[in-house]
Design a protein around this ligand. Structure first.
Ligand SMILES: O=C([O-])[C@@H](O)[C@@H](O)[C@H](O)[C@@H](O)C(=O)[O-]
Ligand SMILES: [Mg+2]
Length: 424
């Protein structure tokens, strides 16, 4: 029997990287996005990487979990999940911004466990000289397609220099943004983050995209900003145009009412965000596509479990994204490569990140024809850039942001702003 790889040390480093003024249903992105970089080191001197959210409560829970798993073998992932659940003792968190649904205790454990699982798989891959996708059953594709993720946005954060994307507030701006993303990355699917403008303007933007990209699959995601009635009107206006409509309205019951009459499939990363939310969604036929996300579904193995459940119940599978760095992109790519029924192009916020800011050594991951080649090196196939990690940690300390708060930021800029779900 091969030797155990025991965890001797865990480092958790919060980082901040620049984020443009991207608008969504609950406000606007702050000037920096926060992430935590996890390094797990073993008694044989192998270090594995994970990446996750960095809100204060989550950081506190990560530290509790890190203490709980020190001394464990990186092969004991089931016991590790249980140990973390015990150590958290029911301490559950919320996603604050409200864009990924209610966070239950069980999904809090999954959120906390996830980056440690990824780091353990990175270690196991490095030790065995195999890429992580091989530990997940092997790659069924050698390139993973991602979608262009369009946002309404301001030209700049108030008081900051403009970014080089410019403002996007009209259908013409949205088409121009899509053209640039497709030109630079080669994306073959397009998603528009909606819930920002009145629905008829977002319909107009999608129709303009359809005209500019006649054969490209299109998606619209207003993050539950619409009533059932509004959702049905938009569904009628966009019949035959959308590949799927993502989270038009809040809750499974509302989604089921929309699903009964809408011609296109409904997708979600809001009303099904944990395993215990699947049975009722299946019974009500509330959604036809689930967006997986290993950061909150409990890592790569549990995301494959979700994939199996979706397959069994005839649900489509896509992949959700928040603002992220290269360790996450590598993990998403390995997971998608090893998940046969993940047949939709995955979401990624990657193009919104300043290319000069990341915590990994550049060159391991790149977009060609809208897809990322699955890294073939051992583990995740990415290496930590320690100087960059130190710089982005400094930036975290300096920027003063400690929790994602799109609504609070919007309210500071516009005190009349109100968060309403649904808004229209
Ligand atoms: O980054 C954003 O503003 C997105 O709205 C994100 O927070 C969502 O979780 C996500 O991308 C989604 O698909 O709902
Ligand atoms: Mg969504």
């Amino acid at each position: 029997m091969s030797e155990a790889l025991r965890i001797t040390r865990v480092d958790i480093t919060p980082v901040a990287f620049k984020d443009p003024a991207l608008l969504n249903a609950v406000g606007v992105h702050e000037p920096y996005a926060l992430r935590a970089v996890i390094e797990v080191t073993t008694d044989q001197g192998i270090t594995g990487l994970g990446e996750t959210y960095a809100d204060e409560g989550h950081l506190r829970r990560l530290r509790t979990a890190a203490d709980a798993i020190t001394g464990m073998d990186v092969h004991e992932l089931g016991p590790m999940h249980r140990r973390i659940a015990q150590a958290l003792g029911g301490d559950s968190g919320s996603d604050g911004h409200g864009l990924t649904g209610m966070i239950t205790t069980s999904s809090t454990v999954d959120r906390v466990f996830s980056p440690f699982e990824v780091a353990c798989l990175d270690i196991r891959g490095r030790a065995a000289g195999r890429p992580v996708c091989d530990l997940l059953g092997g790659a069924v594709r050698d390139r993973v397609p991602f979608s262009a993720y369009l946002f309404y946005k301001w030209a700049a954060h108030p008081g900051h220099e403009p970014d080089d994307w410019g403002a996007a507030l009209t259908p013409e701006d949205i088409v121009a943004q899509a053209r640039r993303m497709v030109r630079e990355y080669g994306f073959t699917a397009i998603k528009l983050k909606g819930g920002v403008m009145p629905p008829e303007q977002e319909v107009e933007a999608v129709l303009a995209l359809r005209e500019a990209f006649p054969a490209t699959p299109l998606r619209l995601d207003p993050n539950a900003a619409w009533t059932v009635e509004t959702s049905l009107k938009v569904a009628r206006d966009l019949e035959g145009v959308l590949e799927y409509l993502e989270d038009p309205t809040p809750g499974q019951e509302g989604m089921a009412r929309v699903a009964r009459e809408a011609a296109m499939p409904l997708a979600t990363n809001m009303c099904v965000v944990a395993f215990d939310e699947l049975p009722s969604a299946v019974r009500a036929d509330a959604v036809q596509v689930v967006l997986s996300d290993h950061h909150y579904w409990g890592g790569l193995h549990r995301s494959k479990l979700l994939a199996g459940i979706c397959d069994t119940f005839g649900l489509g599978l896509s992949m959700h994204s928040n603002s992220h760095l290269g360790i996450s992109l590598a993990a998403m790519t390995h997971l998608a490569a090893a998940t046969e029924n993940l047949t939709y192009a995955c979401d990624t916020h990657w193009p919104w990140k300043d290319p000069a800011e990341d915590v990994i050594v550049s060159g391991a991951l790149g977009f060609h024809d809208g897809s990322v080649a699955v890294p073939r090196g051992p583990g995740l196939g990415v290496e930590l850039d320690r100087d960059a990690l130190a710089r982005l940690h400094e930036q975290y300390l300096r920027c003063g942001l400690r929790n994602r708060d799109d609504t609070g930021y919007m309210r500071r800029l516009d005190p009349t702003y109100e968060k309403k779900t649904p808004r229209w």
